[in-house]
Design a protein around this ligand. Structure first.
Ligand code: SAH
Length: 215
């Protein structure tokens, strides 16, 4: 298995062919060894066009979904970013290559621990991981220029909008437990916000005080 070739094919066939245009997103996903974020037995499938299980009944998102959500965040390099749902750590790594600082929250300890190890081995040192309920954000680290939720929310968690800086973007899947719509919340300078809808998607549940109650 030649991972470099598989990764190049993924970027061309799944991302560029479907309209991902942000050069920085493309470069980051071309560089980042996605196969290190899945279990060894599944490494050969890491560049396939689908999500994959990462244990604890959770998944690493499909590469196209990672690219699209990241593109919607419009990162230029100087941002403070928050991610809810660290999972494997792959999305956090992509964000870390495109922004100044990434804070990421995961509620399942073994996933957070494994993500920490991989991210450290790749020397991605601008990532802060917390084990907690991310539906209330990360008050001490706020405000954020961009926030990404990588689990399906029943509604837009108000605390996350609150912790967005003026001009900031919040990207998240909103819907029921079977299907959601990718939504982008744009916070204006005066604190009010507008929402835009992107494509349909299916994520695992966002569980917490401002999410779903249980799995
Ligand atoms: N971004 C991940 C994919 C995450 S899957 C990656 O790149 O691999 C969604 C993750 O969200 C799961 O690991 C799940 O445990 C986590 N999650 C669900 N509800 C959460 C909450 N309230 N706070 C933090 N993490 C949560």
């Amino acid at each position: 298995m030649n991972y470099d070739i598989a990764r190049k094919r993924m970027v061309e066939g799944q991302l560029i062919a479907r309209g991902i245009r942000d050069r920085r997103v493309i470069e980051a996903m071309l560089k980042l060894p996605r196969h290190l974020f899945v279990e060894e037995a599944m490494a050969a499938q890491a560049y396939n066009d689908n999500p994959l299980p990462i244990g604890e009944r959770q998944t690493i998102s499909q590469p196209y979904m990672v690219a699209l959500m990241t593109e919607l965040m419009e990162l230029k390099g100087k941002e403070r970013v928050l991610e809810i749902g660290t999972g494997s750590g792959y999305q956090a790594a992509v964000l870390a290559m495109l922004a100044d600082r990434v804070c990421t929250i995961e509620r399942i300890r073994p996933l957070a621990m494994r993500a920490r190890k991989v991210l450290d081995s790749l020397r991605l040192l601008n990532i802060n991981i917390k084990i907690d309920d991310g539906t209330v954000g990360w008050e001490e680290e706020a405000p954020f220029d961009a926030i990404l939720v990588t689990a399906g929310a029943p509604d837009i968690p108000p605390k996350l909008v609150e912790q967005l800086a003026p001009g900031g973007r919040l990207v998240l899947p909103v819907g029921d437990q079977f299907s959601q719509t990718l939504v982008r919340v744009l916070k204006r300078e005066d604190g009010t916000y507008a929402t835009e809808q992107s494509i349909g998607c299916r994520f695992v549940k966002l569980i917490g005080r401002n999410g779903w109650e249980t799995e």
